[in-house]
Design a protein around this ligand. Sequence first.
Ligand code: 5AD
Length: 340
Amino acid sequence: MKSLINKAKTTHDLTRDEILSILKDDSINEYLFSVADKVRKEYIGDEVYLRALIEFSNICRCNCVYCGIRRDNENVKRFRLTKDEILSLANFAIQSGYKTIVLQSGEDSYFTAEMLAEIIKEIKKNDIAVTLSIGERSFEEYKLLKEAGADRFLLRIETTNPIVYKKMHPNMTLENRKRCLFDLKKLGYETGTGSLIGLPEQSVEDLADDILFYKELDADMIGIGPLIVHVDTPLKGQVDGDFILALKVMAITRLLLPNINIPATTAMETLVENGRLKALQSGANVVMPNVGLENAKKQYEIYPGKVSVDYETLKDDLKKIGRTISLKRGFRNDNKSFLE
Ligand code: 5AD
């Protein structure tokens, strides 16, 4: 098994069966994590990219079965920030030293592409990258947003198993999700996707397929997080996803896509103490601190107990593991290309 991991370290290639055998063998976990850490160091170095996350609306037309801000959850106090509020949070992030702003929201059609374009143009007056995470839109809308200056887009595939996808996402289709991702790539966005680990009926085979999908898309960013059960959803009473399994999917992704950006996700830190640092030592190179106001953070409860971290605390934590905060905007192209 170690030789398989070593092979992946140099070839960045594994078959579905090989991925599966690594996922199923828990005796090599620490070895896998250490090799993923080495690949990260070789292709990206010790600098960590920070992305300032602004959650600007928790109003969502989707009804994803696991999500705390799903449409049918009536226990959520819904909010929408104004353009000025969004811009003032963006300014705060810029003053704090962030080089990327992530604008994230539920699928809230109140924010037309034209409105978002105005906000993006305003933020882009600064030397800063803008990432959008606003869900599924048409090619034309994505195009308008790109032309307004958006650099990147995050849209997790969540799962590539069509049956699990259908059960988890009422009134949505895996086909349209994929269409969105390939449209984003075509439009020149740095495109991020990723999966939830621990969905009901999801198998390790599905996780192997997810990893192969990231490769097929040539994703520029991959966010992997364990499911954290929210009591105000139909998943109430089910078990959370497995942290180690999520870490393994992340580490294998690092072996196969060595120069992409991979966040240590908030769900990892929420589920396990020091999960963030463990992830950063197992292949991850990005952290996405939430810079929203406290009230909004509470109301943006995708899953319970969502932790947040500020710039200075993070800086100290990173120092402890020999890492520093990058002053670059952190595009995939800033990382070493394996085609060189
Ligand atoms: N636990 C963990 N992650 C979740 N997400 C949504 N609900 C949950 C949950 N209960 C993730 C989804 C989505 C991202 C913004 O949050 O993967 O893409």
